[in-house]
Structure formats: structure tokens, C-alpha cells
Design a protein around this ligand. Structure first.
Ligand SMILES: Cc1ncc(C[n+]2csc(CCOP(=O)(O)OP(=O)(O)O)c2C)c(N)n1
Ligand SMILES: [Mg+2]
Length: 544
């Protein structure tokens, strides 16, 4: 068989159902073999779109998303999405074409050293130099991408190798390592610290969602009566409606939930990863007892010196500690939770126009069902979504907060809809982030994935303005003009709606979902609320 065919057989063996990408000259053999494969190729309109689709597929399913590009410029266009996946711990395998091995030693048309380019953006970056190593390379790429902590693998496939004949080789057996049972001594140590704590607090990171151990987390918190805060990327790991849930931490300001950290003497970090929320932001004083419960040892940081590290299967660690730790008699954070809950509905009936961020988030929650999926893009809208969107189940509010790249929203929503066709999928995006990958509207329409794109329109890089006002009191170079988003949507053959009064958002959202096609909603937003929030939090009196 041809090496390109062996390569595709190996991808099939990994359970790959779809590849996102753009064909090129240097991967024509792979594209040809794909015609006879059950793997579906999703042709995108930019390689960055393909990389973000693979990224979101990976984080939603735990199985590596796959994207493909040609050499040189095709591969460089993958970079941002792959870096996002890698730093957000989403499993992805990226594949690029490459020039023939016979012209790599000299200056040569479109040749770029891709293995080195992708090295800092991935866990594993390699080139196929001989056809017989294809089964090992593909297996290793998937194994590395999917193992804790997940991330990106990159494979560079030179065109002359893809054409070679290869006999006697077959895909390798797929094996996944299991997280080990946590050591008893460490479980005991953690349980003792928790038993004598006066105010323990649990902080959950995305690792809990990846390990699919939310039910163990909730049981642990309930058994020991300890309040739970989540990072942006762990939203939904405990249902917001749960009385022990304190919502999400991550705003670089002293938010209500930070009051819990002020009071805490023991902070139990579960599946926590410091790329999500740096410890100096919640542990300046370096005087709390930190318990690290995760699949991998803690990263070194002067603000994250652990009192006990319990390494192994997170669910088993939680069960084992809960079985022997002394439960707390009362839950001291009930006032705090009430304050957080009350704030969410403060603007539920606000008639102001443009719409307040709080009102948009509230209306969205009223319209979407518990299992529906929201993908947030990156900007001020993300901060409001992270802070105020009530996620009731894991992986229902996707926020990139490791690499935090703009442009994930539209392609991410397409990948989510492909993975979960029975759920409504909506992206909340800024007007800037939207235009970074809005070309994928054409992809969504062509492949028939209905998604709703809710654009928060402020004609500005809103988050940057917010930072500038906080630091210097005046904005610098953040204005731009937008196209008419309704006409823009219509020009693709999608639907477009413009919100012209606060009361219109809910009916438009309902209509957009019922339309069952790709829909763009242009929603003007009042970001004067950003600095009001900063001022409010600046003078915050903790309700505990
Ligand atoms: C690819 C990329 N470029 C730049 C940034 C820095 N950045 C973060 S938010 C932001 C502004 C986002 O503007 P918009 O999409 O309109 O959202 P808004 O803040 O207005 O809600 C910028 C420039 C980034 N995170 N990612
Ligand atoms: Mg904006």
C-alpha cells in the first residue's frame, strides 16, 4: 500500500471521525486516500478555523481533534489554534504536508522547518522520514495528545514519503494509560489537614472536567460540607444551582468569590492548573495550606507551595479523602452564595439600550437548556460570561482561558455542533473576535451545522479599553467600524437579526434557535458597565 494509505488507516484505527482542514499540493496523496475512507473531511475557509475546530472537538470529547494543512503558509495558519489547544489542555493532532526530503537541505519554495515551529506549541512534534514508522508516529501522536495533561501533537508528512510503497505494516493497538490509585499516606495527610481546617474552600480546575469526575467532586463537597469555586474553564463541574457552589473565579479583581479565598485557611485545589488562574492572584500572602489533588504533580510556583499533594485518579482521591476526613458541621459561606446569586438577576428586567452585559447573560440563560452548549470568544464579553453565566453541567460553557485566543467562537461552535448535533450550540463573541474567523459561516452552512452567533457589538476592542481605563484612565486605539452584521450574514445565505430594544433579545434568541440554520445576532452592548464593575469591586465589602 501507499504510505498515505497506511497513514489514513492509522487515523481510522484511532477512531478519528472527521478531519478539519484545507487541502494543498503537498498532501494530495492523503486527500486522495481520504475519498475512500469513512473519515469525513470538513473543508474549512482558513486553517486557523480548522485548528480551533479540532481544539473544541478535543476539549468536548476528550478524544483528539484532528486538523490538516499544507506545508509552509498552510501550516503557519494553524499555529494560533494549535497553541490554544495546547495551552488549554485540549487534545489535538495537527498534520501538515511538507516538501520532499530531497529538497529540505537547501533554500526551497515554501519550505519551512515546521517541526521546530510547532515544538513550543505542542507536546510532540515530529516528521515522518520513513514510511515504516507511520504506525508508531500516529499512535504516539494520539497517545501524547490525549494523556494528562492533554495538548497538541504535530506531524509533518513530506510529499515524497506519502507516495512511497510500504508493505507489512499495520496500525498499532490503541492503549490508554489509567491514572494510578493515589498513595494511602498522601490521602491520610490531606484528610488530616482538612479535618482541622476552620474554613476550607475547594477550587476546581478544568482537570475535573477532563477526568469526568464531577459527580465525585460534588459528593466530596457535600460529604465534607465545603464550598466550591471553579475556574472559568471548570464552569459546570458543580451545577451552579448547587447550594455549595460559589461560582467562577478568574477576574483579575477582588470579586465576591475572592472573599471566600480571603477567609480560607485551607484551599483544596482539584484538577487545578495555574495557566487558568495564576496563584499570585488568589494567594498573595502565601500563608494558606494548599492541598493539590490532581493526576499530575503541581507546577512550581512560590505562591503554590503545597501542604499535601495527592496524585492519581482524581475521582478515587476525592472518594478516599472524603471517606476519612471529618465533615464540617456548618457551611459558613451561605451569605456569600446568596450575594452571588442575587447579583445575577439584578438587571433581569433592565430596559436600557444598548443592553447591559448582565442582561444579555441573564436572557441567554433563560433561553438555553441545561445541556445546551455556549462557546465564548475572548474579550470583555468572556469576563461577563465567566462571571455570570450559570453553567449547570460540565462542558456546557466553553471558555478558552489558558492561551485565551480571540477567534475560537465561530469555528468552536461548528465543532461542538458536529460533536453534539442534538443540542443547541451558540457562540457569544465580540465584534472583533467574530470577524477573525467569520468566514467559517460558509463552512457551517455548507456542512449543515446550525449555530447561533451572538455578537456583542461595541465597535471596540472592549476588554482592552477596560484595561486601559483601569490603568491609565484613557483609551488608546481601540475603535473600529463594523460591517452591517445582518447584511453580512445574509450575504452568506445565513440569517441575521439586529436587537433594537432590550425586550427583543429573548424573542430573537428563541427565533434564532427555531430557525435551525446559521444565525448571526447583532446585539449592541453597553460596556460602560465594565468600569462600573471595577469600581464596585474596588469598594467591595465582603458579605462574610
Ligand atoms: C488573537 C488575539 N489577539 C489579541 C488578543 C488580545 N485581546 C484580548 S481581548 C481583545 C479585544 C476583544 O475585542 P472584541 O472581540 O470586540 O470583544 P470585546 O472585548 O469588545 O467584548 C484583544 C485585542 C487575544 N486575546 N487574541
Ligand atoms: Mg468589541
Amino acid at each position: 500500500m501507499k504510505a498515505a494509505e497506511l497513514f489514513i488507516r492509522c487515523l481510522e484505527n484511532e477512531g478519528v471521525e472527521r478531519i478539519f482542514g484545507i487541502p494543498g499540493e503537498e498532501n494530495i496523496d492523503v486527500m486522495e486516500v481520504l475519498l475512500d475512507s469513512k473519515i469525513r473531511f470538513i473543508t474549512t475557509r482558513h486553517e486557523q478555523g480548522a485548528a480551533f475546530m479540532a481544539d473544541v472537538h478535543g476539549r468536548l470529547t476528550g478524544k483528539a481533534g484532528v486538523c490538516l494543512a499544507t506545508l509552509g503558509p498552510g501550516a503557519t495558519n494553524l499555529v494560533t489554534g494549535i497553541a490554544d489547544a495546547n495551552m488549554d489542555r485540549a487534545p489535538v493532532v495537527a498534520i501538515a504536508g511538507q516538501v520532499a526530503t530531497t529538497r529540505m537541505h537547501k533554500e526551497s519554495h515554501q519550505h519551512l522547518d515546521l517541526v521546530n515551529l510547532f515544538r513550543p506549541l505542542s507536546k510532540y512534534s515530529t516528521q515522518i522520514r520513513e514510511p515504516e514508522i507511520i504506525p508508531e508516529i500516529v499512535r504516539k501522536a494520539f497517545k501524547q495528545a490525549e494523556a494528562e495533561k492533554p495538548g497538541a501533537s504535530f506531524i509533518d508528512f513530506p510529499e515524497n514519503i506519502a507516495k512511497m510503497d510500504i508493505d507489512g505494516k499495520a496500525p498499532l493497538k490503541v492503549q490508554r494509560a489509567m491514572a494510578p490509585v493515589p498513595p494511602v499516606a498522601k490521602v491520610k495527610q490531606a484528610a488530616e489537614i482538612i479535618s482541622v481546617a476552620t474554613y476550607p474552600l475547594i477550587m476546581v480546575g478544568n482537570g475535573v472536567i477532563r477526568a469526568q469526575v464531577s459527580q465525585h467532586l460534588v459528593a466530596f463537597a457535600e460529604k465534607l460540607n465545603i464550598p466550591v469555586a471553579t475556574t472559568f474553564m471548570a464552569k459546570g463541574s458543580i451545577p451552579f444551582g448547587h447550594p455549595l457552589c460559589l461560582g467562577a473565579v478568574g477576574l483579575q479583581a477582588h470579586d465576591y468569590v475572592a472573599c471566600g479565598f480571603d477567609r480560607a485557611d485551607v484551599i483544596i485545589c482539584v484538577g487545578y492548573d495555574m495557566v487558568e488562574y495564576h496563584p499570585h492572584l488568589w494567594h498573595k500572602e502565601k500563608n494558606r495550606n494548599i492541598i493539590h489533588i490532581d493526576a499530575t504533580p503541581a507546577e512550581v510556583d512560590e505562591h503554590y507551595i503545597v501542604a499535601a499533594g495527592v496524585i492519581g485518579h482524581i475521582g478515587e482521591s476525592l472518594q478516599a479523602i472524603a471517606a476519612i476526613a471529618r465533615p464540617r458541621a456548618s457551611f459558613p459561606a451561605s451569605n456569600l452564595r446568596q450575594t452571588i446569586v442575587d447579583e445575577l438577576s439584578e438587571h433581569a428586567d433592565d430596559a436600557g439600550f444598548p443592553l447591559k452585559p448582565q442582561k444579555i447573560v441573564w436572557d441567554l440563560r433563560q433561553v438555553l437548556a441545561a445541556q445546551d452548549i455556549v462557546i465564548s470568544d475572548v474579550g470583555a464579553h468572556k469576563m461577563w460570561m465567566a462571571r455570570m453565566y450559570q453553567a449547570e453541567a460540565p462542558n456546557t460553557c466553553i471558555i478558552s482561558n489558558g492561551f485565551a485566543s480571540m477567534g475560537i467562537g465561530v469555528p468552536g461552535a461548528i465543532a461542538a455542533k458536529l460533536a453534539f448535533p442534538d443540542r443547541t450550540v451558540l457562540t457569544v463573541t465580540g465584534d472583533a473576535g467574530f470577524l477573525m474567523n467569520s468566514q467559517e459561516i460558509e463552512t457551517a452552512l455548507r456542512i449543515g451545522t446550525p449555530i447561533v452567533i451572538l455578537v456583542w457589538n461595541d465597535s471596540q476592542y472592549g476588554l482592552i479599553k477596560w484595561h486601559q481605563l483601569r490603568h491609565f484612565g484613557r483609551p488608546s486605539h481601540i475603535d473600529f467600524n463594523n460591517p452591517d452584521f445582518v447584511k453580512y450574514a445574509e450575504s452568506f445565505g445565513a440569517k441575521g437579526y439586529r436587537v433594537e430594544a432590550a425586550t427583543e433579545l429573548v424573542p430573537i434568541l428563541k427565533q434564532a434557535i427555531a430557525d435551525n440554520t446559521t444565525v448571526v445576532i447583532d446585539c449592541p452592548v453597553d460596556y460602560s458597565e465594565n468600569m462600573k464593575l471595577t469600581e464596585k469591586l474596588g469598594t467591595l465589602v465582603c458579605p462574610i
